[in-house]
Design a protein around this ligand. Structure first.
Ligand SMILES: [Zn+2]
Ligand SMILES: [Zn+2]
Length: 176
């Protein structure tokens, strides 16, 4: 996903790319990039800066935090980033003037913009800490491990003492 700045032109440049999922190396046990990544967007020159705005779409295959089954997680994300020239060695970051702090900022080097890292980060950031296959996922039985979305194992989980309730019970006993 490399764009030559020379080729952007004064009127800007619209682009649409489909990058193979292997390109991003998102492949850990509970999170795999399941689809190629579609990116539509526009590049514009603003002085020496390049503004990139667009949308990315793909899908991850992730593991449900509660029941541990795999499910597809669609990713739709906005891209809004300013690329500025990477400061040459010897110059400090203070000399970089920020034109628009609402936008994320990245560096470009050798007259080229590479969207790969940015897109990879956006994909990973779209994933919540707790990933549920569905909002009301029942999870696994704490006694026998049955997936309670699929089967009812019949274990009486209510008899299990909830540690939070145990604390309350203790307090109650004390106050007697
Ligand atoms: Zn689940
Ligand atoms: Zn059970």
């Amino acid at each position: 996903m490399i764009f030559e700045i020379d080729k952007i032109g004064e009127e800007g440049r619209d682009f649409e790319v489909l990058e193979s999922r292997q390109h991003f190396h998102i492949d850990v046990p509970d999170c795999v990039l399941a689809e190629d990544v579609k990116i539509r967007g526009r590049l514009e020159k603003i002085g020496a800066e390049i503004l990139c705005q667009g949308l990315l779409a793909t899908s991850l295959s992730v593991t449900c935090t509660r029941c541990l089954s795999g499910f597809g997680f669609p990713v739709r994300n906005k891209i809004e980033v300013h690329f500025i020239a990477k400061p040459e060695d010897g110059k400090t970051g203070d000399e970089i003037e920020l034109t628009d702090r609402d936008f994320e900022q990245e560096f470009y080097e050798e007259g080229r913009i590479d969207l790969s890292c940015l897109v990879r980060d956006l994909i990973l950031l779209s994933l919540p800490q707790v990933r549920l296959c569905r909002e009301d996922c029942s999870g696994l039985c704490s006694q026998c491990g049955t997936n309670l979305n699929e089967n009812n194992c019949g274990c009486s989980n209510e008899e299990l003492c909830d540690p939070r309730l145990a604390v309350l019970q203790k307090l109650k006993d004390k106050s007697k």
